[in-house]
Design a protein around this ligand. Structure first.
Ligand code: IPE
Ligand code: IPE
Ligand code: MG
Length: 243
């Protein structure tokens, strides 16, 4: 372990992958992997609060995950419901500000209501910004931002020449959050699967071979250590190279 004071990322985003393979290894149904995945979410969020992380974004369900068998989608929706019901009070009490990024229009009405309630109840909180990407797809998010700007230009409310990356980013679901500094994907897959494509421009990517249900406090701490050792340049040169 390094004795240097750790450089904490302001924003950590996690692609929580590998629940199905975790279950398969144990000869359990995929749903059991998702149940174990919820426990990993709980532990990871508690750890993030204890560490004093500012922003944590968790990819919980992608817009493409609707393509899965109906029974699995139903099980995932049920787990999301249960998680919100059981954990929301604790999260709000711990000062978390909850946000959900995603389509919204396609999820069941009661889930939609729970999302809005959680966001409302936690709106004044100043602790961890905890964002769930739920029915989220980055290409759809980018297209919808483009649509909104195009509409404004058509109606004469916006000069297209004034469209900058900053203006564009202000139309994304993540407009209230800084860009992720660190994106972790568990399960050994090395892809982003349509997660935060715009926002990840200069994110450090960390692909871990651990399956999501096996992720928790220790793995988060290790990931933060790895991040602290990365050298970020944002296209410029570091001080040493300039000197
Ligand atoms: C991640 O685990 C959970 C969701 C995508 C909702 P998976 O269900 O994708 O697990 P694997 O990739 O099949 O192991
Ligand atoms: C990405 O995992 C989505 C979530 C973790 C919620 P997937 O399992 O859906 O990604 P692919 O299909 O392997 O790319
Ligand atoms: Mg997967």
């Amino acid at each position: 372990m390094s004795s240097e004071p750790a450089i904490l990322p302001r924003h950590v985003a996690i692609i929580m992958d590998g629940n199905g393979r975790w279950a398969k290894k144990r000869h359990l149904p995929r749903e059991a992997g998702h149940v174990a995945g919820v426990a990993a979410v709980r532990e990871t969020v508690r750890a993030a609060v204890d560490i004093g992380l500012e922003n944590l974004t968790l990819f919980a369900f992608s817009s493409e995950n609707w393509k899965r068998p109906k029974a699995e989608v139903g099980a995932l929706m049920g787990l999301f419901r249960r998680y919100f019901n059981s954990d929301m009070n604790e999260l709000v009490e711990k000062g978390c500000r909850i946000r959900i990024i995603g389509h919204r229009g396609r999820v069941a009405g009661d889930i939609h209501g729970m999302i809005e309630d959680a966001e409302k109840r936690s709106a004044g909180n100043k602790g961890l910004n905890l964002t769930f990407a739920f029915d989220y797809g980055a290409q759809e998010e980018i297209a919808s931002a483009a649509r909104e700007l195009a509409r404004a230009a058509r109606d004469g409310r916006l000069d297209p020449e004034t469209i900058t990356p900053e203006l564009f980013a202000s139309r994304l679901f993540t407009s209230a959050l800084p860009e992720p500094d660190l994106i972790i994907r568990t399960s050994g897959e090395r892809r982003l699967s349509n997660f935060l494509l715009w926002q990840s421009a200069y994110a450090e990517l960390l692909f871990l071979d651990v399956l999501w249900p096996d992720f928790g406090r220790a793995q988060l701490a290790k990931a933060l250590e790895t991040f602290a050792q990365r050298e970020r340049r944002f296209g410029a040169l570091n001080a040493e190279a300039v000197a």
